[in-house]
Unconditional design. Structure first.
Length: 237
């Protein structure tokens, strides 16, 4: 039986962001295990909407996992995707994860950061407390990945401190700042980060091939083996 991974991004009105998500989907399809299909879905802004993708996939198979192409826990992962899944497994957000920390560290170095620069890990932000915990853990992982200067967390919306405030605080301490864009693709939040007036700003994470490692790890960990599905079904009947 064919298995399905529903890769669910947030959605954006910016075409350059949609291009990046489609590029990542191409990477996932190229690295997919045999007999696993990757389906495109979005939780907001535009379709194909995740609930519709789930309904279509269920007509063909019960072996379905939703993997959020989202970097932190938030309302979408805890509420929207759970409701759309209607009992199907939903994997955790992609972060925090050491592979993401490696990508971010590489972006910081490529931007021209000095060893003593303050790195502002610039995330979108969320009203859910778990999102802040996730981003703070990513800051720790960036230090473990070789970022030698201070790493502080900041947010474009919903949570404090806001990114311009974190940049200003570092400057007041006499430090140069690097805004590490902790967003997947170009869009509204990447523009907020760019306007925060850091000395250097990294590009969004984008369709880095290393992300496939994280996505497939999340899929494997969340997937319910068919043998267990059968046991659960028989137990209900």
């Amino acid at each position: 039986m064919t298995a399905v991974l529903i890769a669910c991004a947030h959605g954006t009105r910016f075409e350059e962001g949609r291009v990046v998500v489609r590029e990542l989907l191409d990477v996932l399809r190229a690295t997919a295990p045999a007999d696993v299909e990757v389906h495109e879905a979005y939780v907001d802004v535009h379709g194909p909407y995740v609930a519709d993708v789930v309904a279509a996939a269920r007509e063909r198979t019960d072996d379905i996992v939703i993997v959020p192409l989202l970097l932190s826990t938030g309302y979408h992962t805890e509420v929207d995707l759970v409701e759309a899944a209607d009992g199907l497994p939903v994997a955790p957000a992609l972060g925090p994860h050491p592979v993401l920390a490696e990508i971010l560290a590489d972006r910081v170095r490529a931007a021209g950061a000095r060893p003593d620069d303050t790195v502002v890990l610039a995330a979108a932000g969320s009203t859910r407390p778990g999102a802040v915990v996730d981003v703070e853990r990513m800051a720790e992982l960036m230090a473990e990945a070789g970022v030698t200067g201070p790493v502080v967390t900041a947010y474009a919306a919903a949570s404090d401190p806001r990114i311009p405030d974190a940049v200003a605080t570092a400057r007041a301490d006499g430090r140069r700042t690097v805004a590490a864009s902790y967003v997947l693709a170009p869009g509204h939040f990447s523009r907020v980060i760019e306007k925060a007036d850091a000395d250097l700003t990294t590009a969004p994470i984008g369709a880095d091939p290393r992300l496939a490692t994280v996505v497939w790890e999340r899929w494997r960990d969340a997937r319910v083996p068919l043998s267990l599905q059968t046991v659960a079904h028989n137990g209900e009947s």
